[in-house]
Design a protein around this ligand. Structure first.
Ligand code: NCD
Length: 307
């Protein structure tokens, strides 16, 4: 499996071997970054970090990853400061940026937009989130976190809870685990269920998927993956207002949950995890966010042929 020049747009097309290779390089990056902090693996490369939607973790960890690899970032930090504001297409923007850099990492609001960027250019493109579609780097760092925290990614019962309709992280997470014999519990309000095509794809792989709206059922799992209700994706603000407080996980519930239950969240949290959960050893979400730098270092180095 050769990663040189490859686009990372979705977790759907990643094989078990691809994922194992990425996990291995991520581990190497973590070891090296902890010893050397910054090194000159990619000192002759420039990486565009184009974020046309809000982001703290994904954008800053991409930028940090580029710096730690000794490469230089070229940054668009918000849509208003780019010609997207003037109506430029993603394809035209991509063809322009291709002349400036060696790799493009992009977040933008259109589902399928990362593919449009990749189709327009020859250099590798990494999807940092495309609307309510996919968020592959998040799912890969989630998997890395699970491996570190649980010691395995095989045969786990994974409960995903919250906005499963618009949440791109849970779409990518479902596919990233598909070859590791998971069992899924999808817990959401009826209006925000996991898209049917994803459930069909999982069932085709022989994965048991259960749907519920009851948070209590999600406590009997190895991984409890919480998500935010994605306000920015709602056409009707009143519908968001009605659904926003659907779930709040608290300390008492976690303590009643399956032994060793790992609470994860891609962050940002709004109010779906009470602050008292933070003090539990089960709360992995800030450790999870830290792993993002190593995973993104690995992917950038791999697609640029320097891993
Ligand atoms: C997620 C995203 O942008 O999809 N955040 C992230 O990248 N860590 C989840 C979210 O915004 O709710």
């Amino acid at each position: 499996m050769d990663f040189i020049g490859r686009d990372i747009l979705s977790t759907e097309d990643l094989t078990r071997e691809d994922i194992m290779a990425i996990m291995k390089v991520t581990g190497e990056m973590e070891d090296r970054a902890k010893k050397e902090r910054v090194f000159s693996l990619l000192s002759d490369r420039l990486v565009a970090i184009i974020f046309l939607e809000p982001s703290t973790r994904t954008r800053l960890s991409f930028v940090a990853a580029v710096h730690r690899l000794g490469a230089k970032p070229v940054i668009v930090a918000d849509a208003k400061s780019s010609s997207a504001q003037k109506g430029e297409s993603l394809a035209d923007m991509a063809r322009t940026v291709e002349g400036y850099v060696d790799c493009i990492c992009i977040r933008q609001p259109k589902t399928g937009g990362a593919q449009e960027v990749a189709d327009a250019v020859q250099i590798p493109v990494i999807n940092g989130g495309d609307g309510s579609g996919q968020h592959p780097t998040q799912a890969l760092l989630d998997l890395y976190t699970i491996q570190k925290e649980k010691g395995t990614v095989e045969g786990l019962k994974v409960a995903m809870l919250g906005d499963l309709k618009y949440g791109r992280t849970v779409h990518s997470l479902s596919y990233v685990l598909k070859d590791f014999q998971p069992e899924y519990l999808f817990c959401s309000p009826d209006e925000l269920k996991m898209p049917e095509h994803i459930i069909t794809d999982m069932e085709k792989k022989g994965i048991k998927c259960t749907q519920t709206s009851r948070l209590e059922e999600a406590l009997d799992a190895d991984i409890l993956y919480m998500t935010r209700i994605q306000r920015e994706r709602f056409d009707d603000p009143a519908e968001y207002e009605r659904l926003k407080g659907s779930y709040v996980l608290n300390k008492e519930q976690v303590e009643k949950g399956r032994d060793g239950i790992l609470v994860m969240h891609p962050l940002p949290r709004v109010d779906e995890i009470a602050l008292d959960v933070d003090t539990l050893p089960n709360a992995a979400y800030f450790r999870q966010a830290h792993n993002g730098v190593f995973l993104r270092m690995a992917l950038i180095a791999m697609v640029l042929g320097k891993a």
